[in-house]
Unconditional design. Structure first.
Length: 377
């Protein structure tokens, strides 16, 4: 939902063109809610969700740590006031020279999911701590992360043994249960695998210390989602179930859950039309689409709430599309989107829950449209 601060900003500043407005008060509330829900876990904000300097500075001042995917994100986190010991290089796919650069910048915590990556880190960041990512099935997530990251638990055991053999510090296990994960038991299944790796390595004389429980915490789009408190409770119970009274250190890496509901995109209806006289589905074209920041509508995975100035009027199903000359630039067609029949060309609409994965997912200038503008207030 758009906060009063966002509505006031849009009403007084009247920015031209599509733009994202992020309310920092909501980011602060989200951070504090995570801290309260999982008091024993350290929070590593997933910078890729929204790297706006104002957001990073706020989170750094609140004590957050940062999960980064590249040297540029490491530099942004440092610039925002985070010390290197509060930054992890969490991408499992890194060039060796980027690992070396991160090491120079003071980073000592790296993600791996194979022996080949361990070898790079042993050469470029000697003595560092590594955690190995295990595969999850992503079931229950609206934006699953597939098999691209992680390895099976038995392989994780070998990867961490090799890390030890090469002079690194085998530190723990990580997983990501898939983004926008609304199934609270997903963490239970992943923690069971983490526990297996801990146990198998303990038998070989290597004691791991940390479980990185990743992101996946949802934002409310059209349906209610469980609270941070409910996630905290479910995760804590799963930790106790699998680790008993020898709980490991834990990390969480919220991205979407930290900033998703803090942002709203203002957009404008450019055209409303039909493909034939007797069509009952209208096409509504906005001035933002898949290439302007709404990439997560791919396969209609994320369905954003759209607020119009005519809400309350009778609605009818519409195909919602973006403004570019690419036929892939359609947001919702398989499942048409109900919008007021009174909606008119020139109306401003608010696309809610767009604080995460929008500005940095916008193309640079496809069709000459500028990248998505953002205001952080
Ligand atoms: C993207 C990502 C996150 C954030 O995921 P959300 O679902 O947005 O919370 C956390 N950890 C890693 C390693 C990631 O790649």
């Amino acid at each position: 939902m758009a906060t009063q601060r966002i509505l006031d900003f849009l009403a007084t500043r009247r920015p031209e063109g599509p733009c994202l407005v992020v309310d920092l008060d909501v980011v602060r509330e989200n951070y504090l809610a995570f801290e309260k829900a999982l008091p024993d876990s350290r929070i590593f904000y997933a910078v890729k969700a929204n790297p706006a300097p104002e957001i990073l500075r706020l989170l750094a001042s609140l004590g957050s740590c940062f999960d980064t995917a590249s040297v540029a994100e490491i530099e942004m986190s440092l610039e925002a006031g985070a010390t290197p010991d509060r930054i992890s290089y969490g991408n499992t796919i890194k060039k060796e020279r980027d690992i070396a650069r991160a090491f120079e910048l003071g980073i000592r915590l790296f993600a791996v999911d194979c022996v080949e990556e361990v070898e790079k880190i042993a050469r470029a960041a000697p003595g560092s701590k590594v955690f190995c990512r295990v595969l999850t099935d992503g079931a229950g997530a609206e934006w699953p992360l597939s098999r691209k990251f992680g390895c099976v638990p038995t392989m994780a055991v070998d990867v961490l043994r090799q890390a030890k053999a090469l002079g690194l510090a085998p530190y723990g296990v990580s997983f990501h249960v898939g983004s926008q994960q609304t199934d609270l038991s997903a963490w239970d299944r992943a923690l069971k695998d983490a526990r297996f790796v801990f146990q198998a390595l303990a038998e070989k004389g290597i004691s791991l210390r940390m479980v990185n429980m990743g992101g996946g915490f949802p934002t409310r789009y059209l349906r209610d989602v469980p609270t941070a408190q409910a996630y905290g409770q479910a995760i804590f119970e799963a930790l106790k179930r699998h680790f008993g009274n020898r709980l490991p250190e834990t990390i969480i890496e919220p991205g979407r859950g930290m900033v998703g509901n803090a942002g709203v995109i203002k957009s404008e209806v450019v055209l409303i039309s039909k493909k034939s006289e007797d069509d009952d589905v209208r096409w509504v074209y906005l001035d933002i689409g898949k290439f302007g920041g709404l990439a997560e509508t791919m396969d209609e995975a994320i369905r954003y709430p759209v607020a119009t100035p005519r809400d309350g009027d009778e609605t009818a199903p519409c195909v919602l599309a973006g403004p570019t000359c690419d036929s892939a630039d359609v947001l919702y067609e398989k499942t048409p989107y109900p919008l007021p029949v009174s909606l008119t060309i020139g109306d401003e609409v608010l696309i809610e829950g767009t604080g995460a994965y929008t500005t940095t997912y916008a193309s640079v200038a496809f069709n000459g449209f500028a990248p998505l503008k953002a205001y952080v207030i």
